[in-house]
Ligand binder design. Structure first.
Ligand SMILES: Cc1ncc(COP(=O)(O)O)c(C=O)c1O
Length: 359
């Protein structure tokens, strides 16, 4: 195959849609609002930007921008190990969790493809498809349990399970997850991107199961999606060998120093995770029973009303809320995913949705 064939192949494949900007909203929908509430990308708006910037300013004083990272990534691995309760050798850094997914999919995917319960984070499938790697999607059952037999029958080299799951927010059942890990011949990657908001993790099991990889990120819980700092946790034999295939300087010096500083401020962040959970509870309480909602355990949720989701989406844009349209699943015929933000930013949102849900 020539390089032109490869480009031609890529041109036929889907790209990841990262969300729409305010100027795109104005262009596509002719809606001109100065400041939108960005509820479309599960960004953590509970941590004030000014707080994070003050930490960036401290970090900038420490670094020399002309130099490659030196011991900062190692210090970050140590800090993450102590935060997650594993040994430093079990931590592998990435440029966001997405880049670690790419690494795993390109290394292991060609030997058996990947499988995952759906609906879930779209990037697993997109990353594999772009690399010509087989994907098997196994729908969640109506009670949000996994169809483990079908996932096992696909015999993939990697099974991805996201918990709390994007876009439903539901926490995957622990016993089911253990059964999946025990019965899988391939790797099981548990994507714990939102785990801090749930308050539990499978990290302590990485030495018990040598096929278990935990994916984590600083993007959501610590609010630094802009810096692109992710990590995975696995038994040291796996991480030390994966490290050989990882980019040499995968995390920037700034990303490493800021992350180390943020990990020293756990009580502050815990209070923010709590605020996010409480805000979600309040938001859901204010929604009328006619608005279907997924059983979320985190700060985003997928809702569905009797109105076409595109109409609801555009109406919410007019009121300054950018949300995300999702493909229908189960009984959720008109799904829209949104994350909550500090209550004063979204105080009229439940009432708008209630109003829009009358058919
Ligand atoms: C389930 C899930 N995993 C991973 C990511 C990406 O994380 P990162 O910013 O670390 O690449 C996202 C982003 O929305 C996500 O929803």
């Amino acid at each position: 195959m020539s390089w032109k064939d490869t480009v031609e192949e890529l041109s036929k494949k889907p790209a990841y849609q990262g969300g729409i900007s305010a100027s795109e909203v104005t262009k596509h929908y002719n809606i001109n609002i100065k400041k939108f509430a960005n509820l479309q990308s599960n960004e953590n708006l509970f941590v004030p930007s000014s707080y994070l910037k003050s930490i960036f300013n401290v970090a900038i004083k420490e670094l020399d921008p002309r130099l490659y990272p030196k011991d900062e990534p190692t210090r970050l691995e140590e800090a993450l190990a102590s935060y997650t309760g594993v040994k430093p050798d079990s931590v592998l850094l990435g440029s966001g969790a997405d880049q670690l997914m790419d690494l795993l999919i390109s290394l292991f995917g060609p030997h058996g493809g990947i499988a995952y319960p759906v609906p879930t984070y779209s990037y697993y499938g997109i990353s594999a498809t772009l690399r010509g790697i087989k994907t098997v999607e196994v729908p969640y059952l109506k009670d949000f349990s996994m169809n483990i037999d079908k996932l096992i029958a696909a015999s993939p080299s990697i099974t991805f399970v996201c918990t709390p799951n994007n876009p439903t927010g539901h926490a995957v059942n622990d016993e089911q997850l253990k059964e999946l890990i025990e019965r899988s011949k391939g790797l099981v990657v548990v994507d714990e991107t939102y785990t801090e908001f749930l308050g539990k993790s499978f990290a302590s099991l990485i030495d018990k199961y040598n096929n278990l990889i935990i994916l984590r990120t600083m993007s959501k819980s610590f609010g630094i999606a802009s810096l692109r700092v992710g990590y995975l946790l696995a038994n040291a034999n796996l991480t030390l060998n994966l490290k050989k295939a990882q980019l040499p300087f995968v995390v920037s010096t700034l990303g490493a120093i800021v992350s180390i500083n943020l990990l020293q401020k756990l009580p502050y962040f815990k209070s923010k995770w709590m605020e996010a959970q409480n805000t979600m509870k309040k938001f859901l309480n204010e929604l009328e029973p006619g608005v279907a909602r997924t059983p979320t355990a985190t700060y985003f949720v997928t809702i569905s009303t009797c109105k076409p989701n595109n109409d609801v989406y555009v109406e919410l844009l007019k009121y300054g809320y950018i949300t995300r349209i999702i493909r229908p699943f189960m009984d959720y015929k008109n799904p829209i995913r949104l994350s909550v933000a500090p209550y004063k930013m979204i105080s009229n949102l439940p009432y708008l949705i209630n109003g829009l849900s009358k058919c």
